[in-house]
Design a protein around this ligand. Structure first.
Ligand code: ZN
Length: 345
């Protein structure tokens, strides 16, 4: 099976054009770290890592997107482990509805000035402490965020789209950028257990998205090309992509954190992605993912979804440190193993 630490060889085995496209996008650096294990530590190292040699010489792959600066570091010691299903944690608090404000949205959450948008399985609320002037919530009828159905998901997204249309109408003529996000459970930054998405509409793009848009514009002009189509092609050539109707699911080469998937869709509305999103979330749940971040935004005429695992609900340490905030992402999940686990169905 292919693995990320063999990336250089995998790229070298591609046809010439595919290699050229890969190298246009990415800069790979291979490095070997060496450590000297004291004799007293050897039994522990053997138990923990299988063999002292594996630890004494460690293969590290660094992958950097030349256009966006996205940069991830993979260490074979971490990526060697299989992407095994984590056992989901069964927590009573996921079912505790007694004091849940979102279980009574009509009376316990504020409404937008224009009122609420009501779906079959959700309702919107205004965010009480906003990130942005136009910032609201889609509150699911189902309290437990890990219980989802395809029709529910489609309804959440179509309600979000209707909120956005209403806001655009309300706001007058100026163009707004939509941004949908779903922080699921506390590892992801969610402060409320009850399932909900958040929506913002801004006239200025958020900084990171503006930088991505600029990278795409620069690329398209420089190569008279299509950044997103080429990004998909690079992943396809390595077996890291799957086409699903109008969507392509990528096991991303420069993940922001564990098991990141990027979906690029030519669908005009986000609710048209519900089927693919549902499938991918089911796959995530099967792997024991319970806490995740999901974002949906438009870029160069397409919808982009980003989805990332935020680790076990029982872990006390957070998964993001100074490296991720200020330098590059340190990743343990091998995108090739992720492709085996997620893209085969
Ligand atoms: Zn609730």
């Amino acid at each position: 099976m292919s693995q990320i630490t063999d990336l250089e060889e995998l790229v070298a085995a591609l046809p010439h054009d595919a290699q050229a496209l890969f190298n246009r996008f990415y800069r790979i650096e291979l490095a070997t770290g060496t450590v000297k294990i004291p004799a007293d530590m050897m039994p522990w190292v053997n138990t923990r890592f299988g063999a002292v040699e594996r630890v004494e010489t460690q293969r590290i792959v660094s992958i950097k997107n030349r256009f966006t600066g996205e940069h991830s570091l993979f260490n074979q010691l971490r990526t060697d482990r299989p992407i095994e299903a984590r056992s989901p944690v069964h927590l009573a608090e996921l079912e505790e509805k007694e004091h849940c404000l979102f279980c009574q949205p009509e009376t316990s959450t504020p409404a937008d000035a224009f009122g609420r948008i009501t779906g079959n399985y959700c309702v919107t609320a205004s965010n009480i402490a906003k990130y942005d002037a136009l910032h609201s919530l889609v509150i699911f009828k189902e309290h437990n965020p890990l219980i989802i159905q395809k029709e529910w998901l489609a309804d959440y997204l179509s309600t979000a789209e209707r909120w956005f249309e209403t806001v655009v109408r309300d706001h007058g003529s100026s163009a707004l950028h939509k941004f949908f996000l779903w922080n699921c459970l506390w590892r992801s930054g969610a402060s409320i257990i009850h399932g909900h998405m958040q929506l913002t509409a801004t006239s200025e793009r958020y900084g990171r998205l503006a930088a991505l848009e600029e990278a795409i514009t620069t690329y398209n002009r420089a190569f008279n090309g299509d950044y997103l189509a080429d990004l998909i092609r690079v992943h396809e050539q390595l077996g890291l992509a799957r086409q699903e109707g109008r969507e392509t699911i990528l096991c991303y080469l420069t993940p922001v954190k564990e098991k990141e998937l990027v979906i690029v869709s030519s669908a005009a509305r986000s609710d048209e992605l519900a089927e693919t999103l549902y499938t991918v979330l089911q796959r995530y749940f099967e792997l024991g993912v319970q806490s995740f971040n999901l974002a949906i935004f438009m870029m160069d005429g397409r919808h982009i979804v980003r989805l990332v695992d935020r680790g076990s609900l029982t872990d006390r340490h957070t998964d993001i440190g100074a490296m991720e905030l200020y330098a590059a992402a340190v990743i343990a999940s091998d995108p090739f193993k992720l492709a085996d686990a997620i893209l085969q169905y």
